[in-house]
Design a binder for this molecule. Structure first.
Ligand code: KIV
Length: 508
């Protein structure tokens, strides 16, 4: 085992997708996986194949496409989960199966209704079954943070004997504090007789805001894999943020006797991609990837930075992919210039058709906006600008008017049920009127749970990105839309959410 290498196990596509409203389709997952590969993550947890046909397809597709990272599938310690996971990762050049079973008293008694011996034998049986598919095997003792220490030692020793070579210690409910979690890792490594045959891994949820601190404490105490997600996405309050873990280890090499292989220049582009696909905005003061992460407002700080950058900056913005959001292209830029810049930003276009479509949209936008920034390009490439999946509804046109003294009016035309449907509605503002008109045609009776608007760059001609979260029958979806007209962006986001909702609810 190379002790100086810290394995980065990204679970944005699995734990990250478990955030309410963050579900992604296969092509979105593949785009994220391609940037994760560029980022040079060691392991991509691509999904939980037993969960649905869509999850299986996504893992299989990622396993067939990505060659630079190990592709991992999650499986409960259950035969059929493992067989389906094995099938899903088959095409991968390098694959892993990650199996888990709960080991805390409360989970074993109340959830599994199993004795300790039954849990051990189930874990061992499952690990042995995984050897049919791969010898890269990860075992997680779910809720390890609240499990009995002696029992953890016993089950982990047997898991390693059965063939597990990565042992993950999840703080499933985000209950631990850093010193406690670090000590847990240290004591496990010291007390389990065969611990040298496996890499110990952290998996920390963020319920108390301690996921990154706990993970790093685990690393200081001997863990050599961190499970984490882009932007800290994940179940409930999220998981440890990849960018914070990686940059802490890189910046504080005086404290960590290990480092990652992450190509940190791709951090900001992937953070933006994940935010844009999931519709989860990045808070401006978020470490590393927030818009203000490298901005100095106070005069004293600005003065210090101008005199000597390191007075107030511990990292270089360029090292994590901030590039001052340069004006790179304009109205007169050609197809080749666009392709070159997109490649520099981490996008590959193997299909000429894809590039042609983006180039057309680029020209339309450049006509309105003249100066095109990198952030505009990220949005242009995303499906929220155009080419939204429109299995059920397609937005044909909107005409809206605002009025200082009276209600706003909106007329929308939507292609639905094989015909164009046109209607008008009035509302408190143009967006409200547009949503009412859409609902008049569609009659979805869904609940609007979130409406959020974000401008991509400065200026009133900026592209606006809108997220619309809808809920119906306990299914939650995020719809995304972008346009230089905020009413159009809002309508696109609403229609996108409706298409996703109808797809998931299988409404005819
Ligand atoms: O939080 C958790 O325990 C998990 C395991 C499956 C690793 O997600």
């Amino acid at each position: 085992m190379n002790n100086s290498n810290l394995v980065i196990f990204d679970t944005t596509l699995r734990d990250g997708e478990q955030s309410p409203g963050a579900s992604m389709n296969t092509s979105e997952k593949l785009r994220i996986a391609k940037l994760l590969e560029k980022l040079n993550v060691d392991v991509i947890e691509a999904g939980f194949p037993i969960a649905s046909k869509g999850d299986f397809e996504a893992v299989h597709k990622i396993a067939s496409t990505i060659k630079g990272s190990t592709i991992c599938a999650l499986a409960r310690a259950i035969e059929k989960d493992i067989d389906i996971a094995g099938e899903a990762i088959k095409p991968a050049l390098s694959s892993r199966i990650h199996t888990f079973i709960a080991t805390s008293e409360i989970h074993m008694q109340k959830k599994l209704n199993m004795t300790k011996d039954e849990v051990i034998s189930q874990a061992v049986k499952s690990i042995k079954r995984i050897t049919r598919y791969t010898d890269n095997i990860e075992f997680s003792s779910e809720d390890a943070g609240r499990s009995d220490f002696d029992f953890l030692c016993k089950i982990i020793e047997q898991a390693i004997n059965a063939g597990a070579n990565t042992i993950n210690i999840p703080d499933t409910v985000g209950y631990c504090i850093p010193e406690e979690y670090g000590m847990l890792i240290k004591r496990l490594i010291e007390n389990i007789p065969n611990s040298d045959k496996a890499i110990f891994s952290t998996h920390c949820q963020n319920d108390l805001g301690l996921a990154v601190a706990n993970s790093l404490s685990g690393v200081i105490n001997g863990a050599r894999q961190v499970e984490c997600t882009i932007n800290g996405l994940g179940e409930r309050a999220g998981n440890a943020s990849l960018e914070e873990v990686v940059m802490t280890v890189k910046t504080r090499q005086d404290l960590f006797n290990c480092n990652t292989k992450i190509n940190t220049k791709h951090i900001v582009p992937i953070s933006k991609l994940v935010s844009s696909i999931t519709g989860f905005p990045i808070q401006p003061n978020k470490a590393i990837v927030g818009a203000n992460a490298f901005a100095h407002e106070s005069g004293i700080h600005q003065d210090g930075v101008l005199k000597h950058r390191e007075t107030y900056e511990i990292m270089l913005a360029q090292d994590v992919g901030w590039d001052d959001n340069k004006i790179v292209l304009g109205k007169h830029s050609g197809r080749n210039a666009l392709k070159t810049r997109l490649n520099e930003l981490g996008y590959d276009f193997t299909e000429d058709n894809d590039l042609n479509k983006i180039f057309d949209n680029f020209k339309k936008l450049a006509d309105i906006k003249h100066e095109i920034y990198d952030d505009d390009l990220h949005t242009l490439v995303s499906s929220k600008y155009s080419d939204q999946p429109s299995k059920y509804f397609k937005l044909i046109n909107i005409q809206s008017s605002s009025n200082f003294n009276n209600k706003a009016e909106s007329e929308v035309i939507i292609f639905y049920q094989n015909k164009e449907n046109k209607t008008t509605a009035s509302g408190g503002g143009a967006v409200d009127a547009t949503f009412k008109a859409i609902e008049k045609i569609v009659k979805s009776n869904s609940l609007l749970r979130l409406y959020s608007v974000n401008n991509i760059t400065d200026g009133t001609d900026s592209l606006g990105e809108v997220t619309v979260r809808l809920e119906k029958n306990n299914v939650i979806v995020n719809g995304l839309g972008a346009d230089s007209d905020i009413v159009v962006a809002s309508a696109k986001a609403y229609i996108d959410a409706l298409n996703k909702l109808y797809e998931l609810l299988k409404i005819k």
